[in-house]
Design a protein around this ligand. Structure first.
Ligand code: SAH
Length: 255
């Protein structure tokens, strides 16, 4: 898999220019709106933008493997915050239709403004909770690709994200290196939600940065109607978290 430097070198100048303008906007807006803990412009470029671009080889492979690879691929970034990785991916791949979803309206307002400023016409901003929008017919099982970064532990993430993926679609979650506990619970959660973990490999390094594992899931079956459970329940009672918290959604329906 290509490293971030090679990926950046392969981008057309127009995309690179838009990515730099996005990084500028993040640095500027971060001074009064908490979009990310990474504050310095240089850190924003390296730790947020380049980290996002490391997903491109996996995005491209999944896009090419769709039943109709010539139609535009659709991607939803759940809990996008300041647009990581969704906005960066949209700017690098203008042919992919990207939906940025977050529960915080101010962050979406920033992203809407930024998309307009840089002229990104492939970006749609959506304000709401994944637990609610995952049941909305406009979004449920409607996307070829789902991404999420720094939103929740893996089993929670799967419940918030897999409902958005179409059957055959791919979910990509960049994660830290120490993942064994989360992965064990996610192995239990995935089949309940119609998904299968197909990979959790370490991405090639980009210099001194922390190592990243990219967890890749394939959606193999429809997600049962009872998922996602109502707002807050996925985080409070993660699927696959052991017998005390074990809840496949049935208990929730009776409340
Ligand atoms: N992905 C970004 C932001 C991470 S912070 C990054 O990597 O920098 C987590 C974000 O997820 C916050 O902006 C929060 O509003 C959003 N979020 C958390 N739970 C959510 C949910 N259930 N539905 C929608 N957004 C959620």
């Amino acid at each position: 898999m290509a490293d971030a430097g090679e990926i950046v070198d392969s981008l057309p100048p127009a995309s690179l220019d838009r990515l730099h303008r996005f990084a500028d906007a993040l640095a500027e807006t971060n001074q009064h709106l908490n979009l990310s803990a990474v504050r310095a412009r240089e850190g924003i470029w390296r730790r947020l933008i380049l980290e996002s671009l490391r997903l491109l080889p996996a995005i491209d492979a999944a896009s090419a493997n769709r039943p109709e690879p010539t139609t535009p691929a659709t991607l939803i970034d759940v809990g996008t915050g300041g647009g990581i990785p969704g906005m960066a991916l949209a700017l690098a791949r203008p042919e992919v239709r990207v939906t940025l979803l977050d529960a915080t309206a101010k962050k979406l307002a920033f992203l809407e403004r930024t998309a307009a400023d840089v002229g990104a016409t492939n970006v749609t901003c959506m304000h709401g909770r994944a637990e609610a929008l995952g049941h909305d017919v406009r979004f449920r099982q409607a996307f070829d690709l789902v991404t999420a970064r720094a939103v929740a532990a893996l089993p929670v993430l799967l419940e918030l994200c897999l409902p958005f993926a179409r059957v055959g679609g791919t979910s990509l979650f960049p994660k830290g290196i120490a993942l064994d506990d989360e992965l064990a619970a996610a192995e239990v959660a995935a089949p309940l939600l119609g998904g299968r973990i197909i990979e959790a490999s370490i991405l090639p390094g980009i210099g001194s940065e922390v190592e990243t594992r990219l967890v890749v899931l394939r959606k193999t079956e429809h997600t049962p109607r009872r998922f996602p459970r109502r707002t807050g329940v996925p985080a409070k009672q993660p699927l696959g978290a052991g017998s005390r918290n074990q809840d496949d959604g049935r208990a929730d329906r009776t409340k």
